[in-house]
Design a protein around this ligand. Structure first.
Ligand code: URA
Length: 298
């Protein structure tokens, strides 16, 4: 018990050091892409090629008092610290309306219905059922994963297995409830043996995801894992080069982070994922103009 507590305190200490470094590096700058879906660094990563900020939009995220939720993204403690987030004027990239396609259903239930009978790729012959979304249609935050796994294929809902349980903790760690966010995947059908989606499967399924985004109109998209980040940003870049930055997808800020399954395999990645999630939380707050409460006892 004492040993576990010691370990936890050590992680907290390290996290504070890392956060201090991040602050010093002036993290939080978001640069809008000149072209939709293009990848733009936020200026927080020296190794990244920073594209010009086409819109002149910048966000200084500041750092509200942290909820330390590293080990399993459980909430452990809040530290009182004044935030600068509310004081900084926010200038987001202009939202380029991602208009829904007229050749697809213009409401989510009808789109889900269409997806349920989709036979555009061979995954239709191995799926139990399609997995469309779980679902607050008015969510400000959308998580996009890779594809249904076994549990999701069986239940018809995304992220209900072990990775889903960790995703629930990640959502709670940023003070949201699962019912308040929109969760979906790049693919709507399970690839056999949970293999990585094939490029043609991604392309066949892409219109459904794009239509979901166009209809939900989230304020922010969080891409869970490489498949989602690559599919949305239409890039072959590595996770290492994508995470830690804020991109725009058709005018919507997009933050890539590690897939919960990757965090289960490699808990050492949780520290970076937590940094990404705090960015998600802070950006959502800034966009809503919400001032983080002093002491952050929310
Ligand atoms: N992994 C995903 O990418 N999506 C799910 O729905 C479940 C696991």
């Amino acid at each position: 018990m004492e040993e576990a507590r010691g370990e936890f305190l050590e992680i907290v200490r390290e996290a504070r050091v890392l956060m201090g470094r991040e602050r010093a590096r002036g993290r939080g700058r978001i640069a809008a892409a000149a072209t939709e879906g293009s990848a733009v660094a936020d200026g927080g990563d020296a190794a990244a090629a920073v594209a010009p900020d086409a819109s002149g939009g910048t966000i200084s995220a500041g750092w509200p008092a942290e909820t330390l939720a590293l080990p399993g993204f459980e909430t452990f403690a809040s530290t009182a610290r004044a935030s600068t987030a509310a004081a900084v004027p926010v200038s987001l990239p202009p939202a380029i309306p991602i208009g829904p396609r007229e050749d697809l259903p213009l409401d989510l239930p009808a789109l889900a219905n269409l997806v349920s009978s989709c036979r555009l790729c061979s995954l239709c012959s191995t799926r139990t059922q399609t997995v469309f979304a779980d679902v607050s249609p008015t969510a400000r935050l959308m998580f996009v994963g890779e594809a249904p796994g076994r549990d999701e294929d069986a239940q018809g809902l995304p992220f209900v297995g072990r990775a889903g349980q960790l995703l629930n903790k990640m959502i709670a760690a940023i003070d949201l409830k699962r019912e308040e966010v929109y969760i979906c995947n790049v693919l709507k059908c399970r690839p056999p043996d949970n293999r990585v989606p094939a490029p043609d499967e991604v392309e066949r399924c892409r219109p459904y995801l794009e239509q979901q985004i166009a209809l939900v109109k989230p304020a922010l998209v969080c891409a869970l894992g490489l498949s989602a980040a690559q599919a949305l940003l239409q890039t072959k870049a590595s996770m290492g080069s994508l995470r830690g930055k804020t991109f725009t997808y058709r005018g919507i800020p997009l933050i890539p982070t590690y897939h919960p399954a990757a965090l289960l395999r490699n808990p050492g990645l949780k520290r970076d994922a937590w940094t990404d999630l705090q960015r998600v939380r802070d950006l959502l707050r800034e966009m809503s103009g919400a001032a983080p409460a002093a002491g952050e006892a929310r």
